[in-house]
Design a protein around this ligand. Structure first.
Ligand code: 13P
Length: 287
């Protein structure tokens, strides 16, 4: 069964740890993340971008695959299936398809329009018992064609959106999707502290979890971050392990070309990455 992210994030906020959102791309990705969460007894959020949803043949396919996998693998830790950076239309489609959690990213709209659309989705999600993430201030970098300029969020705007009754709030604080450039100045903890001051106990979401140093992660959690999104790091780990396998010529030995063999090192690499993050975020044994 899939659950809303509300309870796991309320607990995380109170217990001063964060739940990881790991983006999925296919069956192997999903399986690796679910098995690791179960092994570590950690709650988990599976993130699906609109691009990844399309790649996996639509949100319905994703929902059915994840639900069936949770069942077949006997996963008992809380699992939320979450739309990542959804458009208004995408949010509606995921609600219909059976996702248990939605992100509506209205950060590129003028604040009035972001408020209006978020408000409408709060009502729908509340009625259906789904969690809703909203965003203020864009996340830098590029993800699946969504390009953000990386403006820091305005704490007053954060308060306006938080007051609409969203479950969690993503706020730009100098974070970037993908790899961080050499000259990245780091997270803006002054902005994060000002946001926390305004929004109180609202669980905050840190996007762009790939490559943020451990000490910054810890500090962000101490300032109200209860959900951290990781995508690129799993992709890099998967690609590296797969490349090693091929470069070692293993696909040419015996039945090494069998996809179940060829994709196995990548799947193991995803598991190792997810484990490392869950340990860093403090969600182990918090299911
Ligand atoms: P990274 O790809 O930088 O880990 O960011 C993931 C993310 O924020 C998904 O919304």
């Amino acid at each position: 069964m899939l659950v809303s992210a509300k309870e796991m994030l309320t607990k995380a906020r109170a217990g001063k740890y964060a739940v990881g959102q790991f983006n999925i791309n296919n069956l192997e990705w999903t399986k690796s993340i679910l098995l690791t969460a179960q092994e570590l007894n950690s709650p988990v959020i599976l993130g699906v971008s609109e691009g990844a949803g399309k790649y996996m043949c639509g949100f319905k396919t994703v929902t059915e695959m994840v639900k069936a996998m949770v069942d077949e693998l006997k996963i008992t830790v809380p699992v939320a299936l979450h739309l990542d950076h959804g458009t208004y239309e995408g949010a509606k489609k995921c609600i219909e398809a059976g996702f248990s959690s939605i992100m509506f990213d209205g950060s590129h709209y003028p604040i009035e329009e972001n408020i209006e659309k978020t408000k409408e989705l709060v009502a729908t999600c509340n009625e259906l018992g789904l969690s809703l993430e909203a965003e203020v201030g864009s996340i830098g970098g590029e993800e699946d064609g969504v390009v953000g300029m990386g403006e820091c969020a305005d704490p007053d705007e954060c308060k306006m959106i938080a007051d609409l009754g969203v479950t969690m709030l993503a706020a730009g604080i100098g974070n970037i999707h993908g790899k961080y450039p050499e000259n990245w100045p780091g997270l803006r903890f002054d902005v994060l502290a000002a946001i926390k001051e305004k929004v109180g106990d609202m669980p905050l979401v840190l996007h762009g979890g790939t490559g943020i140093p451990a000490d910054m992660i810890k500090e962000a959690i101490s300032l109200g971050v209860a959900k951290i999104n990781v995508n690129t790091e799993c992709q890099i780990a998967f690609a590296e392990a797969t490349r090693k396998y091929i470069e070692a010529g293993k696909d040419l030995q015996g039945k090494g070309f069998d996809p179940r063999k060829l994709l196995a090192p990548g799947a193991e690499a995803i598991k190792a990455t997810v484990k490392e993050k869950m340990e860093l975020f403090g969600s182990v044994n918090k299911a």
